[in-house]
Structures are given as C-alpha cells and as structure tokens.
Ligand binder design. Structure first.
Ligand SMILES: [Zn+2]
Length: 311
C-alpha cells in the first residue's frame, strides 16, 4: 500500500519533473518495471545532478564526467573525495498522466474520451451513463472544489489522495489508491466500489430545514445533496433540548429569554443558553447553511422563520 501511496504522490507533482531511476526503484520497487512497460514512466534526458552520497545533508550534487565514468564531489564537506555514480542513477524518467489515464480507461470506461478540462481535472470517458473524471490532487478540499466546477450529473471523480475516514466527503470522490492495486499479475486497475458514507435522517430526528437536521442522538446533519447529507457534526444534549423546545413552540411566534428557556428545560444556569446557541449557529455558518436560532430584542431567542420547518 505504501508503494501505491508513493506512486500517487509522484503523480501529483509537475509533469515535467524528471526523477532518477535509482530513486524511483527505491520508492516503487515492485511496480517500477510495469510502469516503464506501460509508458506511465517515460524516459527523459539523463539527469545532471544526483543526491549526494558523501554527507548526511539531503542535497543534489552536479555530476562530473571523467573518462566515460561519472562522479560527484560534495560541496559541503572539505575532505570529500569523488564518489562514483552508476548509470541507472543518471537515467531520468517522468510520469505520463496521459498513459496512466489511457490504462485506467481500458478497465473502467466503455466510451473513452480523455481530455484535460483545466489545470487539475481530466475527463476519462463514460461507463454506461456514468461520467468518469480524474483530479490531479492529493488534497481533499482541493479535490472537492474541483468536483464543484463540473456541471454534468452522475459522476465519479478519481483523485490521488485518500478519502478521510471521518466527515462526509461526496461519494463520487474515489481514491485512485482504491482502484490501482498491486497483485500477483503486477499492477491492476480494479472496478470502482462506491461506498455510501452519507448520513440519512430517521423519523425521530428534527428536520429543521431541507439542509439541516438535528438527530435525537445529538448530531447535526447539514448540506443535503442528492438525497443525503454531506456533513455530520457532533453537538450536545443541551443544544438538542434547546432546539427541540424552540421547534415545538415555533408556531406561537414567541421569542424566549435565557431564563424562560432554562426554566422550561430545567437547566440550573441560564448562561449556558446563549453559549449553546452561539456554538450551534457557528457550525451552521461554517457549513454555509441558514442559522437555526435568531436573537430577538431584549436578548430573546426563537427559531429562524426562514427554516423550511415553518412552511
Ligand atoms: Zn554532500
């Protein structure tokens, strides 16, 4: 798995970058040859500097040719001698994204149509009615931003990073590390498995807005998309009880003071009310949904009448 992660990290760098064969063989020991055979690693002109072997500093050193043999001399240590460089250290390779995408398309796509759409995103083609894209990023936020730029429906986005185990990333985002595997046959592209990690409300939950649910086990579900929520945010029992009360009272058009609320909910300290409400609204702001509770004159509180639960 480490090797596939290394591979993904290499793919995220600038495509003109040339890497020395010897270093690639260290980081990609079992897949190096397969990548060369498939043209995913393409030879470049020989590299003219390699990592210094004389000192502990991780630096590159210029290669000198003497009688058809190659050497480096460390510029940082005074008593350094010439150290010989083998030919495979000078062989350079760069990663070819087009070769990679063509290979992926052989397995994952029935209608291949590889084209670069912007700096980070490529179309690969279609499988039945599904559009398959590739995002050249190892950062999940960045990848999600790229997803938003695409205006087709029913999409799968392959990307280079790993989907975070917590939080609710869009289900269309599939890590390339889940799709490319090392097997006895060498390197293999496997069918995409889409696991739904999205939250769904149940009947006991309070549906405040089409984009906001508070569950009876104290989670906020936010940002509805294609029938499921993108974010599941932990909140507190007190917060749930405040919202529950304001929700039950919402049709009376009354705003409540902290004292009234704390008495109704049998809380000892009325000061927790504004604190809980502020925390709650901050979470809404963070995930770009409506505020749940609004402040009215004389420090009173009521549910936001713009929420769809008022319809
Ligand atoms: Zn050195």
């Amino acid at each position: 798995m480490k090797e596939i992660t290394n591979f993904a990290n290499y793919l995220a760098v600038n495509q003109d970058t040339s890497f020395s064969e010897s270093i690639l063989k260290v980081n990609l020991p079992t897949i190096f040859q397969t990548l060369v055979d498939r043209g995913i690693l393409a030879p470049t002109t020989p590299v003219d500097s390699v990592r210094c072997k004389e000192c502990d500093l991780d630096h590159l050193e210029q290669v000198i040719e003497v009688n058809h043999r190659y050497f480096t001399k460390c510029e940082y240590s005074e008593d350094a001698s010439l150290s010989e460089v083998q030919l495979d250290e000078l062989n350079g390779y760069r990663f070819s994204l087009s070769a990679l995408l063509a290979w992926i398309a052989e397995t994952l796509v029935t209608q291949t149509d590889i084209k670069q759409l912007n700096d980070a995103t490529w179309g690969i083609g279609k499988k039945a009615t599904q559009n398959i894209y590739f995002i050249k990023s190892i950062d999940q936020k960045e990848a999600q931003n790229e997803v938003k730029k695409i205006n087709t429906e029913n999409n799968i986005f392959l990307w280079l990073g790993v989907n975070s185990p917590v939080g609710y990333s869009t289900t269309e985002l599939v890590s390339i590390q889940e799709v490319i595997k090392i097997s006895s046959k060498g390197l293999e592209v496997q069918a995409i498995k889409v696991k739904s990690k999205k939250a769904k409300p149940n009947q006991k939950d309070i549906v405040l807005d089409k984009d906001i649910v508070i569950t009876n086990n104290f989670y906020l579900l936010l940002n509805l998309e294609n029938g499921a929520f993108n974010y599941k945010v932990k909140t507190l029992p007190q917060t749930y009880r405040i919202v529950r009360y304001l929700y039950d009272q919402r049709k009376y058009g009354k705003a409540y003071t902290s004292k009234e609320l704390s008495e109704a909910l049998q809380l000892d300290n009325p000061k927790v009310i504004p604190t809980r409400i502020k925390e709650l609204n901050n979470k809404c702001e963070e995930h770009k949904v409506k505020s749940i509770v609004l402040t009215y004159p004389n420090n009173t509180w009521a549910l936001n009448p713009d929420l769809t639960c008022f319809n």
